[in-house]
Write a protein that binds this ligand. Structure first.
Ligand code: PEP
Ligand code: MN
Length: 357
């Protein structure tokens, strides 16, 4: 899949790409107010949702086509480029008529390959950047698939946006960040610009700066942030929108670490530490291989005695004991839980395999 690097998009970005603006366009005045506050202060694109995907009917569903004229006016007045979400081919047609500079595909849409293909068909032959938000669930395949559909339609200014994933577990964030998804995408598609949307990750404005900084620490190429002239009166996502002032303060305070570039002492110490980590990883792998051999032997014994693979009480006990032990060693219980679940999944697979041989 060939995609252009951000620096070849022909837009000025400074040290990161900034896309900012309200969750939803609400009035011409609101759009102009936020555009004026953001102009010439580092943002490249003014964002505003026109067609809003709402969980329940009856909520504010966006101003639709009317908002395009407001964005167009904000662009001519301030020089900001304009961006909005497209979910249906008719949205794409309207955006292309108004010369919208960038479109993005929302998380709900990415989840549905039929919708993504319809958008890719509608965008065929265009040269505008298209950003794809990760799907609602933790599925990198769907995210990549959406990017591939767009690439197959000839689009080559593509980018990805991480906006977190919904979870049933109680958490601080509205959509917990799942950093391993963008990290995996960066590994598979190193040229693809990777943007973070801390607004939809956090759901609360107070949490946004920390997540934005975390994205910089993970070498993201930019941010998409919801900015509203008066967040408390916003018709959608009121709790997570920043005022232009707070947004600009946050951007100014961000640190931009480099992948390389420490001094000689740093490099020396890092290579010592990396050597230790490499050695520990290799010991961990050897131990895992040994553990799985024991598990296979248990599988054979269970098969001979017609004993079930799953031992619910034993499994319950293992999880409880490992979490307790982990906690004593300073390991968070969800981390230990995650590792044990992965080990258990492979153990079950091995035991079923042993049953068949
Ligand atoms: C949005 O950006 O306003 C939006 C609806 O986001 P998401 O698709 O990430 O929920
Ligand atoms: Mn929103």
């Amino acid at each position: 899949m060939s995609t252009e690097k951000l620096k070849d998009w022909g837009v000025s970005t400074g040290n990161m790409l900034l896309i900012a603006g309200p969750c939803s366009a609400e009035s011409e005045n609101q759009i102009l107010q936020v555009a004026r506050a953001l102009a010439d202060r580092g943002a490249t694109y003014l964002r505003a949702g026109l067609w809003k995907p709402r969980t329940r009917p009856g909520s504010f569903e966006g101003v639709g086509l009317r908002g395009l004229a407001w964005l167009d006016r904000a662009r001519s007045e301030t020089g900001l480029k304009i961006a909005t979400e497209v979910a249906e081919p008719s949205h794409v047609d309207a955006c292309l008529q108004f010369g919208v500079d960038l479109v993005w595909i929302g998380a709900r849409t990415t989840t549905n390959p039929f919708s993504v293909q319809a958008l890719a068909d509608a965008l065929k032959g265009c040269d505008i950047p298209v950003l794809v938000k990760n799907p609602m669930n933790q599925d990198v395949g769907l995210w990549i698939g959406a990017l591939e559909r767009l690439a197959n339609a000839g689009l080559n200014k593509l980018g990805a946006i991480h906006r977190g994933v919904s979870s049933t577990q109680e958490m601080r964030c509205r959509n917990a960040p799942a950093w391993k998804m963008p990290i995996e995408l960066m590994r598979k598609m190193p040229n693809l610009p990777m943007i973070c949307d801390p607004s939809h990750i956090c759901g609360k404005s107070a949490l946004i700066p920390a997540i934005a900084q975390e994205a910089m620490d993970l070498l993201f190429d930019g941010l998409m942030v919801e900015v509203h002239p008066d967040p408390t009166s916003a018709l959608s996502d009121a709790a997570q929108q920043l005022t232009p002032e707070i947004f600009l303060q946050m951007v100014a305070a961000l640190r931009h670490p480099h992948e390389k570039g420490g001094d000689a002492a740093f490099e020396k110490r890092m290579s010592q530490l990396r050597e230790k980590v490499d050695e520990m990883d290799s010991r961990l792998l050897e131990m895992l291989a040994q553990r799985m051999e024991i598990v296979s032997e248990m599988g054979t014994l269970k098969a001979q005695q017609n004993v079930s693979t799953l031992q619910p009480h034993r499994w319950q006990e293992i999880l409880r004991e490992r979490e307790e032990h982990g906690a004593k060693l300073g390991l968070p219980s969800d981390f230990v839980d995650h590792i044990m679940q992965t080990l258990h999944e492979e153990a079950i697979r091995r035991q079923e395999e042993a049953r068949l041989t």
